[in-house]
Ligand binder design. Structure first.
Ligand code: C2E
Ligand code: CA
Ligand code: CA
Length: 570
């Protein structure tokens, strides 16, 4: 193992001595210490790539230094040395991006070494994953991470030079139809074509991103007037909806497009995306290609008379929602150990509709809480039913969105539902995404703690896609990470995805967390995941989400396969 360079910044001789002698005592020897009393060029020192970690003694300029580091995307972990651990100081320095803190009165060798090892480890993982995953593997345009980074830079420039930045949000209507009708290969081809067409229309300072299966976004820097945004959006819409050839056939797609403008509609990444997405959802309610720019009235209108929102209201009233359950398999035993409850809208005419198509609208219309409570009720009944089928060791996980989790009555509601159903709370898990946590870290962590005390556990969903503030993770009461399916999809041909999976698994093991890989569709992917000691897999290779009544039979088949397997090995 190479030596790690630790920079100690303190004017205090005792600090310097205590820390450096403790670091010299590390076994195996692994720290190389540099001491600075004051920083003449603080930013240069913090940006110096030779440093693996910085220990910064708390002083009047500490807040300033941390802010400076945060502003300049300094990646080296900074650990603050405090005289006393008052809750206010600790939360302030952490809020300013410090990775961790040490107490002057309590510097013990193994604690200090562990904090450093750990911070360096997290820092490296964060950097590596960031560098590996700025681009979408299929199209080469930015992915969510890269998109966020560009938007944040553009917002900063907008503020500095008083210009406008616009976001265009594009969703392809009924993309699943293309997959179903022409095959997934053709679906991929269509996605690539759209990325290419958007890229051809953009200027040098703009960028194109793919945000999800059938969603794209464009960042427009320095747009002069809002009408300009409308013009560019319409132009892009026209270009991508021109007929394309797929499998020797002319195919036309339809899209819904929304746009938002910084600073008018917000000056934070989340707000701008939400505004553009809101506008897109509005556009979706109108048939055909449609573009809307965000304005405040839109959110009111969504309660209105458009047919989809009217149907959705009706659906909630008549409870046309069902839960399907996707099995989670333990890779060592091949047994079903859990189920993820996934929502389906059983539409009287249109058949089963997937959540991505209606949940955003549910959120916009304020229906998410009602729907979410029913999901929990149904999941609890499912647990009771599983017991009667001899499947008392199968847990059930439900997804929770921010609007549900932010409701201060959430804990009480869960308590009521769980109490009434009589299930063992340990069998009901919740899945949260990093973005839910980041929207309001303190409130969310507090609520998670409450629910954990009641016996529930948490998984961090879609892990690897947000990745802005990995350091929060260590504070969260989670027991599992779910590797997002975008990192599993192209294994074994994509080395980068393999590297990301291995790193997440490795890190989870150090943090004592369970790892569940999502989206494994092929035998090779499952073999790879087994090889790198991933604990559980959830993916079409084993099963898509199916009705609850089909689960006992599936579980039995898995047992049967396992027994066959163990016999052939013996
Ligand atoms: P998610 O939590 O990431 O759920 C996993 C999604 O990946 C599911 O899509 C599942 O069908 C799909 N999937 C699983 N294995 C594979 C695979 O091998 N290949 C591919 N291509 N896909 C796979 P689904 O059911 O359409 O759900 C989409 C999203 O909707 C979920 O993503 C979740 O964020 C949200 N959602 C679903 N049910 C609920 C719910 O009850 N409440 C809330 N708040 N959100 C929900
Ligand atoms: Ca999930
Ligand atoms: Ca997921």
């Amino acid at each position: 193992m190479g030596l790690k360079n630790i920079l100690i910044i303190s004017e205090d001789k005792t600090d310097q001595l205590v820390l450096s002698s403790s670091l010299q005592r590390a076994v195996p020897s692994r720290f190389n210490v540099t001491i600075a009393t004051s920083l003449e060029r603080p930013l240069d020192a913090l940006m110096d790539r030779n440093n693996d970690a910085v220990i910064l003694a708390h002083a009047p300029e500490t807040d300033y230094l941390l802010r400076l580091a945060q502003k300049n995307d300094v990646t080296v972990p900074i650990i603050v040395l405090l005289a006393e651990a008052s809750a206010a100081t600790v939360s302030r320095v952490k809020g300013l991006g410090a990775r961790d803190f040490l107490l002057r009165s309590n510097i013990q060798d193994d604690l200090l070494h562990r904090i450093l090892d750990y911070s360096i480890e997290l820092g490296n993982a964060k950097q590596k994953i960031q560098s590996l995953s700025n681009r979408d593997a299929l199209t080469g345009v930015l992915n969510r991470t890269g998109f966020r980074a560009h938007v944040e830079r553009a917002i900063a420039r907008s503020e500095r030079y008083q210009t406008n930045t616009a976001l265009i949000y594009i969703n392809i209507d009924q993309f699943t139809n293309i997959n179903d009708q022409y095959g997934e290969g053709a679906g991929d081809q269509a996605i690539k074509m759209i990325a290419r067409r958007l890229s051809n229309k953009k200027r040098n300072t703009d960028s194109v991103a793919r945000l999800g299966g059938d969603e794209f976004a464009v960042v427009l820097e320095d747009v002069s007037a809002e009408t300009n945004v409308d013009m560019v959006s319409e132009k892009m819409m026209m270009s991508i909806t021109e007929p394309m050839r797929l499998n020797e056939q002319q195919v036309s797609i339809e899209v819904s497009v929304g746009a938002s403008v910084c600073p008018d509609n917000g000056v934070r990444f989340e707000d701008l995306v939400e505004a553009a997405r809101n506008a897109m959802t509005q556009a979706k309610a109108v048939p055909g290609n449609k573009y809307f720019r965000f304005n405040d009235q839109l959110t009111f209108n969504s309660g209105g008379s458009t047919s989809l929102s009217a149907e959705l209201r009706q659906a909630v009233r008549n409870d046309q929602f069902e839960l399907y359950y996707q099995p989670r398999i333990n890779l060592k035993t091949e047994k079903v150990v859990g189920l993820e409850a996934l929502l389906r809208w059983n539409h009287p005419e249109r058949g089963m509709i997937r959540p991505d198509e209606f949940l955003p609208l549910c959120e916009n219309m304020g229906l998410m809480k009602t729907v979410g409570h029913r999901v929990i009720e149904k999941a609890c009944s499912a647990i009771n039913w599983l017991d009667t089928q001899g499947l008392a060791d199968v847990d059930v996980a439900v997804n929770v969105s921010f609007s549900q989790f932010q409701d201060e009555r959430f804990t009480d509601i869960v308590k009521d539902i769980v109490g009434e159903s009589g299930i063992d709370p340990r069998r009901l898990e919740f899945e949260l995404t990093e973005s839910v946590v980041l929207k309001s870290p303190d409130e969310v962590t507090h609520r998670m703690e409450e629910l954990r005390r009641m016996g529930h556990s948490f998984s961090l969903d879609d892990f690897g896609t947000g990745f802005s503030q990995l350091s929060h993770m260590t504070d969260l009461p989670i027991s599992a990470l779910k590797i997002d399916k975008s990192f599993v999809k192209d294994i074994p041909t994509n080395r980068h995805q393999e590297a990301v999976c291995m790193m997440i698994i490795d890190m989870a093991q150090r943090l004592d967390l369970l790892v569940i890989a999502e989206g494994a569709e092929e035998q090779e992917q499952v073999d790879f995941l087994k090889g790198v000691n991933c604990h559980q897999v959830q993916g079409f290779y084993y099963s898509p989400a199916i009705p609850l009544t089909q689960i006992p039979r599936f579980a039995e088949e898995q047992l049967f396969k396992e027994s066959l397997f163990s016999h052939t090995v013996d």
